[in-house]
Design a protein around this ligand. Structure first.
Ligand SMILES: *[C@@H]1O[C@H](CO)[C@@H](O)[C@H](O)[C@H]1NC(C)=O
Length: 320
């Protein structure tokens, strides 16, 4: 059978359509232009798909709208080798508080994350990330170290500290990130609704025994930047605490999302190097921290005992 004629015109026909001969360089350029149009069109298409997915709440099926879940998820990383009676009391301390305010809790083990040879204290960073994956609708994630106790459960952190108006009122501006004299200072004029991470300083610098991140893409970026393998292998003297100070000082984009608030709002120290102005625990404060009670030869259960007694006494009072 002879080959059938195609409807496609022979290659020279197209060239002949144009009466002006096109030089090859220009022809390449035109072709590249067409290619660019196709690529841009495709990217635009992907963007629309992405936006639609985001509006639909991502791949989770049911719409996971941030803010429609628990206002706060409290994350406390547990050392499975610690005294289990004490661990139970620490968990109950968070659970009692959470149930009072409609919050959620999350207690992963510090052995749950691949930290290789980095200190286990790093586990707090992937733990918060993990809590975000488990609670996509929650608004805030409050990391509260196991060395801390909630002492005033009547204070709801989401309304007492984390509203835009409260943050704007409470944030400390123009303060050296690392006291006393780092040249990098916290920004002023930040809008409370743009704040995505809330921290405090003790006498030595930004602490990580108690901090809050707001659910969202930015917080994921922040936690991933903090957890960068370079920082983990760098052997900062105070591991993740110094890594946090490093990223806050070197990335203006992070500082622009950060509120530094007085230490006693959610990180008062019952012992140790409290901020000289506002770090020392006083009765009525939301939290009492016993920094380092889980290290060396110290014993958190013993150090916290008097505070547990106070809490249990208070609980009895409120029942009578
Ligand atoms: C943490 O470790 C303890 C003791 O090994 C175990 O009983 C518990 O189930 C673990 N918790 C989680 C959340 O994996």
């Amino acid at each position: 059978m002879p080959p059938r004629k195609t409807s496609r015109p022979p290659p020279y026909a197209a060239r002949n359509q144009s009466s002006i001969p096109i030089p090859p360089a220009l022809r390449n350029l035109l072709r590249r232009d067409k290619l660019r149009t196709i690529v841009l069109g495709f990217l635009g298409f992907l963007t629309i798909i992405w936006l639609l997915r985001r509006m639909g709440g991502g791949s989770g099926g049911a719409a996971a709208v941030i803010g429609s879940g628990a206002p706060v998820v409290i994350v406390t990383v547990i050392d499975p080798r610690a005294n289990s009676a004490w661990v139970e009391k620490v968990k109950r301390n968070r659970e009692d508080y959470a149930s009072r305010h409609g919050y959620a809790t999350f207690f992963p083990n510090n052995t749950d994350y691949p930290l290789k040879s980095s200190p286990l204290s790093w586990a707090k960073v992937p733990a918060v990330r993990h809590a975000m994956a488990l609670n996509p609708r929650a608004t805030f994630f409050w990391y509260l170290d196991s060395t801390a106790l909630i002492m005033n459960p009547s204070i709801a952190i989401h309304s007492h500290l984390l509203t835009p108006a409260r943050l704007e009122k409470l944030m400390i501006v123009n303060e050296p990130v690392v006291p006393p004299d780092s040249v990098i200072k916290t920004f002023g004029n930040l809008k409370g609704d743009r704040i995505d991470v809330v921290v405090t300083q003790d006498k030595e610098g930004i602490t990580q025994s108690s901090f809050v991140v707001r659910n969202g893409e930015w917080a994921k970026y922040f936690l991933d930047a903090w957890f960068d393998p370079i920082y983990r292998s760098y052997n900062f003297q105070k591991a993740e605490a110094h890594a946090l100070e490093h990223i806050v000082q070197w990335h203006g984009t992070i500082l622009a999302k950060l509120a530094l608030v007085p230490q006693n709002l959610f990180n008062s120290y019952a012992s140790g190097p409290a901020h000289p102005k506002n770090g020392q625990y006083r009765e009525g404060d939301l939290v009492a921290v016993f920094p380092g009670c889980d290290r060396d030869k110290r014993n958190c259960a013993d150090e916290m005992q008097a505070f547990f007694d106070v809490l249990e006494g208070k609980n009895k009072d409120s029942q009578n």
